[in-house]
Ligand binder design. Structure first.
Ligand code: GLY
Length: 354
């Protein structure tokens, strides 16, 4: 088992290894004295892993109950948040108790937000069951729900007490879910880690998934420790996300986050003026991981959708632009320049026939 220590305002460990789901209670008991806890999942993950997690927590001395909500990004809203808070109240949780987020990014974000506001903040543990949650959303303490006016528009910073990633669970994921998470791992490679990018570009990394997760978490740990509250360099983690957010919105949230972020990274490379070789290298890496390399929405629609991005700050938005694999820069632009950026990116798709 690997341990990566995250040194934020509330410090915690990220544990990565095989078979950890059956030890999650015992591992949690090392950092949280056994108490009452509510394990929150969506109904798909609850069916797959709810029993095993609950048995482990009970065996370790926790009074563990479960709550499951319907799976899907469409349920990441205030109604589901209220249901989670009601379940916490009905389970008799108090300020010294614990929430366990067992699932992907939607579950982690919502259960984490519920923990952030219940009794003005109680502890929570993340057990990510998707690659995307393991390499990105379970670490760093961002919690949120979607609103009719934008994704993740209401939320809080609330660091978990522990993150437990079972790599056997990740290896069992369907190919589409692995692709979705691979996009965030490729992002870490483009930002900072050429060796990780090379491993991912081979398309043959499932046997080394612990290495992929550990490298991404280590990089994110370093960024978050330097800028926990997202006022500076944490914005680097948004590589591909401004363009990707617009693509996701234009697709009616039918495209998965990672699929949109992958195309978004290519668009960022085009706007950065990267060489054809660099763009083709990135496109080949996305393809090797089953990710799309183009989108067919028009520039005006994409620019309009980008305005609903919470990363916008007044009339400006900060883009993260790759210069090479392993090196990116931040550039603040006026939002009126966004249509032109999307035009450049869409032209690149056509010219290179991606
Ligand atoms: N997922 C980007 C961040 O945590 O800042």
């Amino acid at each position: 088992m690997r341990t990566i220590h995250v040194n934020t305002s509330a410090a915690y460990d990220v544990l990565i290894g095989e078979g950890l789901i059956d030890k999650c209670g015992e591992l949690t008991a090392k950092v949280v004295r056994p108490c009452r806890c509510l394990i929150v999942s969506d109904d798909t993950v609850d069916d797959l892993y709810g029993d095993r997690a609950q048995i482990s927590f009970r065996y370790a001395g926790f009074d563990a109950r479960r709550f499951a909500f319907p799976a899907g990004e469409a349920h990441k809203n205030l109604d589901t948040l209220a249901d989670i808070l009601d379940a916490m109240g009905e389970a008799g949780l108090s300020r010294s108790d614990l929430v366990v987020a067992l699932g992907g990014g939607v579950t982690g974000d919502m259960a984490g937000f519920a923990a952030a506001i219940f009794c003005r903040g109680i502890r929570f543990v993340q057990i990510p069951t998707t690659l995307l949650a393991a390499v990105d959303s379970s670490v760093g303490g961002k919690t949120a729900v979607d609103m009719p006016f934008g994704k993740n528009m209401v939320g809080a910073f609330h660091q978990p007490s522990l993150v437990i990633t079972d790599t056997d669970v990740l290896r069992d994921l369907p190919a589409l879910q692995l692709s979705n998470g691979a996009a965030e791992a490729i992002k870490c490679g483009v930002l900072n880690d050429e060796a990780l990018f090379g491993l991912l570009a081979s398309g043959d990394w499932l046997e080394q998934i612990d290495e992929v997760v550990a490298r991404c978490v280590t990089y994110k740990r370093d960024v978050v420790a330097g800028d926990e509250f997202d006022r500076g360099d944490r914005a680097f983690l948004n590589l591909g996300h401004t363009f990707g957010h617009a693509i996701e919105v234009c697709s009616g949230l039918k495209l998965l986050h990672g699929q949109a972020v992958g195309v978004g990274m290519l668009m960022a490379a085009a706007v950065a003026g990267c060489s054809e070789a660099m763009i083709r290298r990135l496109a080949a890496c996305l393809k090797a991981n089953g990710l799309p390399t183009r989108c067919d929405f028009d520039a005006q629609a994409l620019a309009r959708a980008a305005l609903s991005d919470k990363k916008r700050s007044g009339d400006h938005i900060t883009l993260v632009l790759p210069e090479a694999v392993g090196k990116c820069v931040r550039k603040k632009i006026p939002v009126i320049d966004l249509p032109r950026c999307f035009e450049v990116a869409l032209d690149m798709q056509e010219t290179l026939e991606l």
